[in-house]
Design a binder for this molecule. Structure first.
Ligand SMILES: COc1ccc(/C=N/Nc2[nH]nc(C)c2C(=O)Nc2cccc(NC(C)=O)c2)cc1
Length: 268
């Protein structure tokens, strides 16, 4: 079926789900099967202007070959003269970014946070064994599926390692590791750093190094300078502390992370 060539006539287009930098995402339904999907529409003109054709090609190449419950599926793609269309899995819960914002104090309890992080560790273990690093793990790129399952989306920044980053960084600095911020070559360990940043943000309600002035954020990242409020449990402090480590080689690897006491939290 993945060899089938799709076109717009195969779909009924529904409401816009979100607006991205390079195009919009719409709810859509395949006419014959009534299967509901998310259609991500990118404008070729903007993709060319931003010089990100290689990124879009990589997003398609990587995401369409991945099969994991915590990775958003790409079922296929097609294009017309002006647009590229990505046929993506529909995750009804929307972005984790949005779910966080809707929480009191913008945070989840530790049990729910541990559940999400466990999904993320499982997805990254799968990605890393395929030598794919995501490089852009953050709440905006994580979606919530049926029964609150976390899904990694937006592979626009993922690469096959090893890689030295060529494209200029854009968007928030909060999730970038020291080696990425310095533009140094980086490996799978950047995803480890961002798990630590995400775990902190889910539990505390703000990013560990965040400051409105990015050069202060930059300095805090380089000095690994963050404080943990005292409502955070000891296992969670240890979990975060084993990932927010300057030396990439000293970050706790996924194989150990999956057995960390804090992730055992959500046994029930
Ligand atoms: C405005 O409230 C919303 C509630 C739920 C959604 C669900 N989005 N689900 C998706 N499934 N597959 C993809 C791809 C998406 C998606 O990109 N969603 C998306 C994109 C950009 C912004 C948002 N905004 C929010 C609030 O989630 C959602 C989208 C919007």
């Amino acid at each position: 079926q993945s060899r089938k060539s799709w076109s717009l006539v195969n779909f009924d287009i529904g409401r816009p789900l979100g607006r991205g930098k390079f195009g919009n995402v719409y709810l859509a339904r395949e006419k014959e099967t009534k299967f509901v999907i998310a259609l991500k529409v990118l404008f070729k003109k903007q993709v060319a202007e931003q010089g990100i054709e290689h990124q879009v090609r990589r997003e398609i190449e990587i995401q369409s070959h991945l099969r994991h419950p915590n990775i958003l599926r790409m079922y296929g793609f097609f294009h017309d003269e002006a647009r590229i269309y990505l046929i993506l899995e529909y995750a009804p819960g929307g972005t984790l970014f949005n779910a966080l914002k809707n929480q009191p104090n913008n945070r989840f309890n530790e049990q729910k946070s541990a559940k999400y992080i466990k999904c993320l560790v499982s997805a990254l273990s799968y990605l890393h064994e395929k030598n794919v690093i995501h490089r852009d793990i953050k709440p905006e790129n994580l979606l919530l599926g049926h029964d609150d399952q976390l899904k990694i989306a937006d592979f626009g920044w993922s690469v096959h390692e090893p890689n030295s980053q060529r494209t200029t960084l854009c968007g928030t600095f909060d999730y970038l590791s020291p080696e990425m911020v310095q533009g140094n070559p980086h490996s799978k360990t950047v995803d480890l750093w961002s798990i630590g940043v995400l775990a902190y943000e889910l539990i505390v309600g703000s990013a560990p190094f965040h400051h409105d002035e990015y050069d202060i954020t930059y300095r805090r990242i380089m000095n690994v300078q963050y404080t943990v409020p005292n409502f955070v449990s000891k296992p969670a402090v240890h979990f975060i502390g084993s990932l927010l480590v300057f030396d990439p080689k000293k970050r706790m690897p996924l194989s150990q992370l999956i057995n960390h006491p804090w992730l055992k939290f959500d046994a029930k």
